[in-house]
Design a binder for this molecule. Structure first.
Ligand code: UD1
Ligand code: CA
Length: 472
């Protein structure tokens, strides 16, 4: 799309009652402003400038977007003036949107741009929305639908310089705080999304004044000024007002977050994922879920998480930055920054974190914590255990209550456990430590020295009770 965009985000957002700038409050794991930029990007608008304030500006670096600082917030018209001063004049169009409307989608930007492009006489296309009253949005005042009313009030002089307005066309926008009671009853609102011809916008912005209830320079006054200059202004009604709802306080933040979350859930459901209860399933953009996976209630999937096909996740799981293979079952557990192989079963009440990597068909049961450890295929740790900084070989059984003592007060040390090992219940495995393939340790062993392959050890400190000396 051949347009540039100005996004206004310099307002103080006082109704949030927050130390954090409003547009950085998050919905589905992304700042409010990110959603607006994402919709513009999806509409093909890549030349974007954000109007910020001195506190917000340094915090926007992670979004990698061009910014210009509006030192004093004198109104949306003033904010656009600041943006235009920072932009090289060009013969094209400028989309203006507000940073506090995270529900906008790509099609709204495409539609408003198309309405501007439709006719060279049009200087401004603006998105309007019918919504339930009361509302704090600016009201769209349209020319009287009775042409006779207009001619009765106009002079008989045919050469009147008053611009010709078709009945029903947009006449001006009145901010809620400036409305008469009759205007407040209008249920068509200014969404706050505009496509301007750039030359017309540059000509009109310096003429916007601040003679209104809030003593602000209202961008919305551009409508009346353009019409007075004989230019055409066209409304672009949006199908669903919910896609242009602004977020001004934390109640609206939660409502908008729920709508975005619902949209994410619906995308996955349409792609073949069963989501038992979208109202209690929390997703973020970019999360991948395979077909025929079932997400049960109370589950949150976030970050760079990819879940395979045919899994059942939930209820009540929290999974972030995790790669989960096919046919995995995770119940009431937390999996962070970890990888899980196909067919593995986890939970209830397990905790994987900090680079746990599990092979295929592993069994991790109740109250087991795994950190920075690699578990090979078919390992079992079914009850009450800690595995930290360890590698565990295939088919090894890790007993209830066994702990890798990986921290000696100064350093984290590694534990290496071979294949087909049996670690008894309540073992303390004091790292650094290596336990060879096929070894066994008895209940309550405190293992402080390496255990050779095939050896059998018991006690505190653990010692060999093997009949034959173990091979080393
Ligand atoms: C604005 C519109 C209103 C519309 C509503 C839709 C105006 C005058 N009014 O009202 O018609 O119905 O949005 O949500 O435009 N901002 C700046 N600099 C400023 C002032 C504001 O960058 O000096 C930014 C704010 O950060 C915000 C956006 O502009 O993102 C809109 O400002 P806000 O004060 O929220 O306007 P509304 O009263 O919601
Ligand atoms: Ca607003």
């Amino acid at each position: 799309m051949n347009a540039r965009a100005v996004v206004l985000a310099a307002g103080k957002g006082t109704r949030m009652k927050s130390a954090r700038p409003k547009v950085l409050h998050e919905l589905c794991g992304r700042p409010m402003l990110w959603w607006v930029l994402e919709a513009l990007n999806a509409a093909g608008v890549d030349d974007v400038i954000v109007v910020t304030n001195p506190e917000l500006d340094p915090l926007l670096a992670p979004l990698g977007v061009r910014t210009v600082i509006q030192d004093e917030q004198l109104g949306t018209g003033h904010a656009v003036k600041i943006a235009l001063e920072a932009l090289e004049p060009r013969d094209g169009s400028v989309i203006v949107a507000y940073g506090d409307m995270p529900l906008v989608d790509r099609t709204i930007f495409a539609d408003v741009q198309a309405a501007l492009d439709f006719d060279a006489a049009t200087a401004l296309a603006l998105v309007t929305a019918r919504m339930p009253l009361p509302s704090s949005f600016g009201r769209i005042v349209r020319a009287s639908i009775l042409p006779s009313f207009r001619s009765a009030t106009a002079t008989a002089d045919e050469s009147s310089t008053e611009p010709a307005l078709d009945a029903g066309s947009v006449e001006r926008i009145v901010e809620a705080k400036d409305c008469t009671p009759a205007q407040l009853a209008i249920d068509e609102m200014n969404a706050g999304i505009y496509a301007f011809g750039e030359a017309a916008l540059r000509a009109i912005v310096p003429r916007i004044g601040n003679d209104n209830a809030q003593r602000e320079y209202y961008l919305t006054d551009a409508v009346e000024l353009l019409i007075a200059a004989g230019r055409r202004v066209v409304p672009v009604p949006v199908a669903d007002y919910r896609s242009v709802l602004g977020v001004n306080d934390r109640v609206e933040l939660a409502s908008a977050g729920a709508i975005l979350n619902r949209r994410l859930c619906e995308e996955h459901m349409r792609a073949g994922v069963t989501i038992q209860d979208p109202a209690t399933t929390y997703l973020e953009p970019g999360v991948l879920i395979g077909r025929d996976t079932v997400i049960e209630h109370g589950t949150q999937l976030s970050g760079a998480t990819a879940i395979g096909a045919g899994c059942t996740i939930g209820p009540n799981c929290r999974i972030a930055n995790a790669r989960i293979g096919d046919d995995v079952r995770i119940t009431e557990s937390v999996v962070l920054d970890s990888a899980v192989g196909a067919g593995t079963r986890i939970g209830p009440y397990a905790h994987l974190r900090g680079g746990a990597s599990l092979g295929a068909n592993v069994r991790i049961g109740n109250f087991v914590e795994i950190k920075k450890s690699d578990l090979a295929d078919d390992v079992k740790a079914n009850h009450l255990a800690y595995i930290g900084d360890a590698t565990v070989g295939e088919r090894t059984n890790y007993g209830a209550g066994a702990i890798t003592c990986n921290y000696d007060g100064k350093r984290k040390n590694r534990t290496q456990i071979g294949s087909d090992v049996f670690i008894g219940t309540n073992n303390s495995l004091v790292a650094p430590l290596s336990i060879g393939d096929g070894a066994m340790t008895g209940a309550s062993a405190v293992v402080i020295r390496d255990v050779p392959a095939g050896d059998k050890q018991v006690g505190n400190p653990a010692r060999s009770i093997a009949k034959k000396p173990a091979q080393t």
